[in-house]
Ligand binder design. Structure first.
Ligand code: E4P
Length: 217
């Protein structure tokens, strides 16, 4: 399973990269705004900065919502760096744009996916990744993990190669459960990834080992 970090913060991206477990980065317009990256040129430069930190795929989202606009923006984004994956919203024009990019050898991440039907459409259009937002579903009392399981079943039924990128991850158990279900990728904040490290028995066990070593010397 691939681990992506869901942020536009360069320090956090470096931190995850330095752990040696990072496979890529996802961003979105809200995450860019959070880092106060504004203006087209600054945004484009920021994507290149991210690509220069990580080895894997970096999702860069289009702002246009019409087919022509998405194609124009997506081609500009894809030109920036080999690692860029064009992130397209799950709307009718978006499905058309995904198909266009598939036909032109440009990789895509279909974002804002909240149902199995939407995920089926994204796969039919040839999306490289589909991003079901599990945390946002949980927020409205709907089981986000059940959606991941449904998409896994549907994709396996027909051998769709679109990778399930479980997004809107909020905590470590989302990651563990996505791994159990068979999501291809998770994207989450650094805290959710680092949370996987934590166990009180590891901490107390290590403390004891170090104390015993000190006494023995
Ligand atoms: C996915 O690519 C999105 O950037 C992201 O996971 C959204 O997460 P949120 O619901 O925490 O904003």
């Amino acid at each position: 399973m691939k681990f992506f970090i869901d942020t536009a913060n360069l320090d956090q991206i470096r931190e995850a990269q330095n752990m040696g477990i990072l496979d890529g980065v996802t961003t979105n317009p809200s995450l860019m705004a959070k880092e106060k990256i504004t203006g087209r040129n600054n945004i484009l430069k920021h994507y290149v900065d991210i690509c220069n930190i990580v080895d894997g795929d970096v999702s860069a989202e289009v702002i246009a919502t019409d087919f022509e606009g998405m194609v124009k923006e997506g081609e500009e984004l894809a030109e920036l760096h080999d690692q860029i994956v064009v992130k397209i919203p799950m709307i009718k024009e978006g499905v058309k744009a995904i198909k266009y990019f598939t036909d032109h050898g440009i990789r895509t991440n279909c974002t804002l996916v909240f149902s199995a039907g939407q995920a089926l459409l994204a796969a039919k259009a040839g999306a490289t990744y589909v991003s079901p937002f599990i945390g946002r579903l949980d927020d409205i009392s709907t089981d986000g993990l059940e959606l991941i399981a449904d998409i896994r079943l549907i994709y396996d039924n027909f051998g769709f190669e679109t990778q399930i990128l479980a997004a809107s991850i909020r905590h470590t158990m989302h990651i563990v459960n996505c791994a159990k279900i068979g999501a291809d990728v998770i994207t989450g904040p650094l805290s959710s990834i680092e949370g996987l490290l934590k166990h009180p028995l590891t901490d107390s066990g290590l403390k004891q080992f170090l104390a015993d070593h000190k006494r023995g010397n």
